[in-house]
Design a protein. Structure first.
Lengths: 167, 574
């Protein structure tokens, strides 16, 4: 309970800051939602309601906008989000194989989150780094020239780090 | 006293390959030799040869090294900067690099060397330094326009240059601006479309990261010409680094009174704001972009009214692509006739291509309009990878056409490509060799459109799903002849009936693929994938029908652009 309140207050402070930066009109909506999402991983109904109140917009409007954009998530995501580019240039460079390896390695199909809430696997459109395709983004980091071995190694590294952090 | 400058490519790709470590190693080595006060080290945008990244350029000599590991970086400091000897071993091949001194000289004859107008500074200057930009003719065009030219003269110059939009549709830029000028409503806006999400295209990112001031100057010139005092850059949400660079560049320009109120002590004021998106391909479509800027779902608007009449906040608005705007300062500075001397009669200037796929060298090339695909592959791509044979290329990004080897020698400009029903689009060139399956390629392209469809209209929302399903059946070898016919039917329907350019373009890979590679689609019906890519299972006793000599040409239809109903305007524009 305590921590929830703290989190709530922090959320409001961040929202204040974003309103300061982008303004409190509807034109600021997409940018505010995106930045909030960057900070929190995904947006809850309460988050959306707060934004709606601050910008004096109907909640339905805010939800409609939030659910449209891929960088804004209205569903909980895992601790790490893997975005794998599925477009033609990466596909031609060997992406199909990597696609399968990712599903196997993480044990979830694309678009889903693992049961332990550690990983969300999402397809994404071109990340603009096709010259080193196939490419994936883990959280904010981009990895290119992927091979099946490299993918396994990268994922293992994150798992290792998480273990280290928890211990 | 600074006697040397070291520039390290600092784009995403270089950073991924350890540019930061290289930079740190160079700095450490410089301080070891006590050279910190004499040598300035900074990042620059990407050098356009991706196999050479991270690259290091040493000025004043203009020597280009690449790729440079941290150890190599330290060695370059010792040898080149301390002892003054160029490290031949690490030097990049001179004839293909594009920094000031190592740039290919233009050639006469059938082949062109790379000609840089838009990318002339990217990779040569420190994009975080406005001084660098100014030394290289930066803001001279704006100065010239404000001191010597009226807005009408600027507009006239752009019209006379025959500059065409580089965002895909190739609409005459001067004409678009004049539509805005003729609107009585105030205020007017200039919007730079930096949403670049076309798969296989990253030219705009490179321009923004490597030479952000060029875009700002282009926008200010557009603002002066059309009478706008506010400009917006809508940048793709994923392009965080480019966004930072732009914001820094805007601050610097404002501090030097090159943007903001009363620019260079004239009556002209121009403010630029950056608005970042949140991940949606459709927001590159200009009316969807405006919706997104106003805080809505990025769903296209009905046109007319066109943005030139009712755009941002319902006001007359110029929407131009990054590359289009970056072309404006050199046109104003050097004149329309200089610009028209590059490229072809009907499409002057240069085009920046992103070349990817089965070629030896991938990356960005800027060449005069009219260079053929064969020349681009041979000269800049270093030929096909592993000596394989060219099978097809996909030009113009996802929305582009699949073109066969017969079209390798067509001069690439808007008009010639159009007459062969192929599109130049965003300048993406995906080169595929014999191991590529056209059905598989079409499947991946249509999957993109299905994901990105905004869902507003049925032909696109349902059409892309149905096309994808049919292609999937083909891929897996379940399809019947009737599926192919059905696929063609839906494709034609989606192309005709979709609301915006996305739905209209989605069927194009299928239709152009069918047009040039019909046998391959039919082979899949018999459970055979000639390229051996698809998971098909051969069916016993299957006969492919003999392909009819019918090929409905599919023009890549850019989003039905502004009306050109007044013939005199067309005359003037062309
Ligand atoms: C689905 C779709 C996506 C588009 N994406 C972009 C884009 O990412 N960048 C861009 O500059 N133009 C894009 N366009 C074209 C724009 O609608 C518009 O024509 C262009 O920004 C005009 O600028 P220009 O005249 O300088 O080319 C897209 C069009 C469609 C139909
Ligand atoms: S064609 Fe597709 S993207 Fe365009 S409005 Fe219709 S559903 Fe949306
Ligand atoms: S196609 Fe994968 S990053 Fe561009």
């Amino acid at each position: 309970m305590q921590t929830q309140e703290v989190a709530m207050e922090e959320g409001i402070a961040l929202l204040d800051q974003l309103v300061e930066e982008y303004g409190d009109t509807q034109e600021a909506l997409v940018e505010i939602l995106r930045d909030l999402n960057d900070d929190k991983g995904h947006l809850t109904r309460e988050d959306l309601a707060q934004v709606a109140e601050r910008l004096r917009l109907p909640e339905s409007k805010v939800y409609a906008v939030a659910s449209f954009y891929t960088l804004i998530s209205v569903k909980p995501t895992g601790k790490h989000v893997v975005r794998f580019c599925e477009d033609a240039p990466c596909h031609v460079a060997g992406g199909a194989e990597i696609w399968e390896v990712l599903e196997q390695e993480l044990g979830v199909p694309f678009g889903e989150t693992t049961f332990d809430d550690q990983w969300t696997l999402m397809p994404t459109s071109c990340l603009g780094t096709c010259a080193v395709g196939p490419v994936m983004m883990v959280d904010d980091d981009i990895y290119g020239n992927l091979t099946p071995d490299k993918v396994r190694e990268i994922i293992a590294r994150y798992r290792e780090q998480d273990k280290g952090g928890a211990a | 006293m600074i006697r040397s400058r070291v520039l390290i490519s600092g784009d995403l790709m270089s950073l991924h390959r350890g540019a930061e470590e290289t930079k740190l190693a160079i700095e450490a080595e410089l301080s070891y030799y006590g050279l910190t006060d004499e040598v300035e080290v900074s990042y620059t945008g990407q050098i356009d040869r991706s196999d050479l990244l991270p690259a290091v350029v040493v000025y004043p000599e203009g020597v280009v090294y690449g790729p440079v590991t941290p150890e190599d970086g330290a060695f370059i400091v010792e040898e080149h900067l301390y002892k003054g000897r160029v490290v031949e071993r690490l030097k990049a091949p001179v004839d293909i690099l594009t920094s000031q001194t190592a740039r290919v000289i233009e050639q006469k004859g059938t082949t062109y060397a790379q000609k840089r107008v838009v990318l002339r500074r990217a990779g040569d200057i420190d994009p975080d330094s406005i001084e660098d930009y100014i030394i290289n003719d930066g803001y001279f065009a704006l100065g010239k326009a404000l001191s010597e030219m009226t807005p009408a003269e600027v507009l006239q110059e752009v019209k006379a240059s025959k500059l065409q939009g580089r965002g895909g549709a190739g609409f005459p830029t001067g004409l678009k601006w004049s539509f805005v000028v003729s609107q009585p409503e105030e205020p007017k806006y200039v919007v730079c479309n930096a949403d670049e999400s076309e798969p296989g295209t990253f030219k705009d990112r490179l321009i923004l990261e490597g030479d952000p001031h060029a875009v700002l100057e282009g926008m200010a010139l557009a603002g002066y010409a059309v009478g706008a005092s506010e400009g917006w850059i809508y940048i793709r949400g994923e392009y965080k680094m480019a966004k930072e660079k732009l914001q820094r560049a805007i601050r610097q320009a404002e501090e030097m009174n090159l943007l903001g109120d009363n620019i260079m002590e004239t009556d002209f004021s121009f403010h630029i704001h950056v608005h970042a998106g949140a991940g949606a391909y459709i927001c590159g479509e200009e009316t969807a972009l405006l919706e997104s800027m106003e805080g809505n779902r990025g769903v296209p608007r009905i046109r007319p009214p066109y943005p030139t009449v009712s755009g941002f906040r319902g006001q007359p608005t110029v929407v131009n692509n990054v590359e289009t705007l970056a072309n404006v300062p050199p046109i104003i500075l050097n004149g329309a006739s200089w610009f028209r001397s590059i490229g072809t009669e009907n499409s002057p200037g240069t085009k920046v291509y992103t070349m990817l796929g089965d070629v030896n060298v991938t990356g960005l090339v800027e060449t005069p309009m009219g260079t053929t695909l064969r020349e681009i592959i041979e000269i800049y791509g270093g030929g096909m990878k592993d000596g394989k044979t060219f099978k097809c290329a996909q030009t113009g990004g996802s929305a582009g056409t699949i073109i066969p080897a017969d079209l390798l020698d067509v001069p690439m400009d808007f008009a010639s490509m159009g007459s062969h029903n192929a599109g130049l689009g965003s300048g993406a060139l995906l080169v595929c060799d014999e191991n590529t399956c056209v059905v598989d390629l079409a499947y991946v392209l249509v999957r993109f459109f299905k994901t990105e469809s905004c869902g507003k209209c049925t032909p696109c929302r349902v059409g892309t799903a149905q096309m994808l399903e049919a292609l999937d059946r083909l891929r897996k070898g379940y399809a019947k002849q009737s599926d192919l016919e059905r696929l063609e039917e839906i494709a034609e329907y989606a192309r005709e009936a979709s609301f915006c350019g996305l739905g209209q373009a989605a069927p194009v890979p299928i239709l152009s693929g069918l047009c040039h590679f019909r046998e391959e689609f039919e082979a899949h019906i018999c459970g055979e994938c000639p390229a051996g890519v698809c998971p098909t299972a051969p069916k016993p006793a299957c006969e492919t029908p003999v392909a009819e000599e019918k090929c409905a040409p599919v023009p890549w239809r850019p989003d039905t652009e502004y009306p050109l109903d007044d013939p005199s305007q067309i005359e003037e524009a062309r």
